[in-house]
Write a protein that binds this ligand. Sequence first.
Ligand code: TGC
Ligand code: FAD
Length: 397
Amino acid sequence: TPEFDWQDPLGSKNLLTEEELAVSETAERYCQEQLLPRVLQAYRDENYDPLILREMGELGLLGATIEGYGCAGVSTVAGGLITRAVERVDSGYRSAMSVQSSLVMGPIADFGTAEQKERYLPQMVQGKLLGAFGLTEPNHGSDPGSMETTAREHPTKKGYYLLSGAKTWITNSPIADVLLVWAKLQATGKIRGFLVDRRDCPTGTLETPAIKNKNGLRASITGMIQLDDCPVPHENMFPEVEGLRGPFTCLNSARYGIALGTMGALEDCIEMARTYALERKQFKNNPIAKYQLVQKKLADAATDAAYGTLVAIQVGRLKDQGKATPEMISMIKRQNCDKALQNARVLQEIFGGNAVSDEYGIGRHVANLFVTQTYEGQSDIHSLILGRAITGLQAFV
Ligand code: TGC
Ligand code: FAD
C-alpha cells in the first residue's frame, strides 16, 4: 500500500515528466544551497544582489519556457516548478526572476522584431542584461487602460519617439538595463510597448529611483521609472501588438508562475511550522504538534497547498495545448495567493512569540504573500474578471 507523503499529499509528482522532475530538482538544489543562506541578510538590508540573475542564467532558469536564443524551451509546468523552488525561499527572489523571464523576455519573444530578439534575448537568458516591466502608474494601478504615459514623434530627430510619464512600484527598475514601458502612442491613443534601453538614454531623460522602506518583498528591489522626453528609436517599439492585449498576454504567464510559486512559499511555511510544533513542548511536556488545534492548522494548509499545486499543473498542461483561458489563470492566481496568505498567517500562530523574530522566516513569507495577492491584479480584481466571465456583466466601472 502506498504511504501518505505529507510533503506531496495528493501525489502531484506523478503528473510530472522526467524532464520536469529534473528541472525542479536543479532549481530546488540551487535555491536551497545558494539562495536560502543569503535571504535573511538581504531582507534585513533591503538589498537585491543582481548576481543572482547571473547564477540563475548559468543554470538555464531564466526565460526557461522560451524556444531558441539559448533558452531551455521547457514546458509551462516546468517553468512553474522553477518559480515554486525560488519562492520556497522568498517571493522577492521569484519576483526578480518572473519579471526578467515572463514580463520582459516573454513579450520580446512573443511580440519583438527579429532584431529586438537578437539584441536582447541571448544576453537576458544569461542574466547579463536585466529587465523591468513598467505598466503601473501613480494614478493607475488596477486600471492600466487609463495610463497617462505617452510617446510622441520627436519634433526634430527623425525616427525617434519622445516618451514622457511616470511608472511606479516597478520590480527591478533601479538595476534594469532594459525597461519595457507601456505608453500611449500620441498619434493613435493606443497602448504600445517600448524597449527603453538605459544605455541609449541621454542624462536626465530617464530616472529610476528606488522605493525604500518596504514592509514586504524586501529582498527584491522596487522603484519608479520617470521619463522626461526620453528619446526612443522607432525600432524599439513592438511592431504590431496594440492595446492592453500586449501587457496582459505576458501577465498570463507571470500570473501562472505566481500561482505555482506561492505554493512553494506555503510549503515552506508548513515545513517550518511542523518542525517547530514537533520540537516545542507545552503542558506536561507534550509537543504542541500533539494538540488538535495545531494539527488542524497544518491539515488546512497542507490541503490547500496540495489542491493549489494540482490545479496549477492542470492549467499549465492546458496552456501548452493552447486551451487555457485568461479566466483560468485569474482563478488560480487569486485562489493560490489568497490561500497561501491565509494559511501562512494562521501557521505563524504556531510559533508563538518566536513568530516575531525574523530568524524564523515565517513573518517574512506572510509579509511577502500580501504583495503577491496585490500585484499582477489584486485578488478582488480577479474576482471581478471571473464575475464578468460568469455573468456577462462587468463590475469594474
Ligand atoms: P478589458 O476590456 O478587459 O481588456 C482590454 C483588452 O485586453 C485584452 N485582455 C487580455 N488579453 C490577454 N490576456 C489577458 N489576461 C487579458 N485581459 C484583457 C482584452 O481581450 C482586450 O483586448 P482588445 O483587443 O479587445 O482590446 O480591459 P479593462 O480596461 O476593462 O481591464 C480591466 C482589468 C481589470 C481586466 C485589467 O485592467 C486588470 O487585470 N487589471 C489588473 C492590473 C494588473 O494586473 N497589473 C499588473 C501590473 S504588472 C505587475 O504587477 C508585475 S509584478 C511582477 C513581480 O514582481 O512578480
Ligand atoms: P489600486 O488600483 O488603487 O487598488 C486599491 C484597492 O482598490 C485594491 O484592493 C483593489 O482591488 C481595489 N479596487 C480597485 N478598483 C476596484 C474596482 N473597480 N472594484 C473593486 N475594488 C477595486 N507594476 C508593474 O507594472 N510592474 C512591476 O514590476 C510591479 N511590481 C510591483 C512590486 C511590488 C512590491 C508592488 C507592491 C507592486 C508592483 N506593481 C508592479 C504594481 C501592482 O501591479 C499594483 O500595485 C496593483 O496592480 C494594484 O494597483 P494599485 O496599487 O494602484 O491599487
